[in-house]
Design a protein around this ligand. Structure first.
Ligand code: CMP
Length: 137
């Protein structure tokens, strides 16, 4: 069993798409091990995306992530990291496969509806960034 950090981003929450995305998550066989709705501060968004600090889109990305509430969760399944990234589809919805969450719900490469950890070490950092051990059920 593996865990990954998933976020339904502010564009999808504001667009009332969270319920449909959660349905896709549960229908795909993930178990939700933790979940919270939170409105990140700019500093909290910058800390979460610190690995992207040097990228040209860092400023607008963190502004977007702090623009409204997001649904942050831990998903559990066999091979959860890869499985969630496959279900989300490519970062850029224009390049995402048909049937993926980003193809269906994302607005742009930045406002792309969902986030998922990309490797076991980033999953460990990202889960720990938002949740204490006792909050994982
Ligand atoms: P995410 O999977 O959360 O990881 C980093 C985020 O940066 C990504 O989703 C997008 O929201 C954003 N991002 C990645 N590439 C670009 C880009 N070229 N322009 C704007 N935003 C981007």
């Amino acid at each position: 069993m593996e865990r990954t950090l998933a976020i339904i981003k502010p564009d999808a929450v504001a667009g009332r798409k969270a319920g449909r995305i959660l349905d896709r998550i549960e229908s795909a066989g993930f178990r939700v091990a933790a979940m919270t709705l939170m409105h990140l501060s700019r500093a909290e968004a910058e800390g979460f995306y610190a690995v992207h600090r040097a990228r040209p889109f860092f400023g607008s990305l963190t502004e977007f992530m702090a623009s409204g509430p997001a649904l942050v969760m831990v998903l559990e399944a066999p091979d959860a990291i890869k499985k969630w990234r496959t279900l989300m589809g490519a970062t850029d919805p224009a390049k995402a496969d048909a049937g993926t969450i980003r193809k269906e719900f994302a607005e742009s490469i930045e406002r792309n509806a969902t986030h998922g950890s990309d490797a076991p070490d980033t999953a460990a950092f990202e889960i720990g960034y938002f949740f204490a051990g006792m909050e994982l059920v």
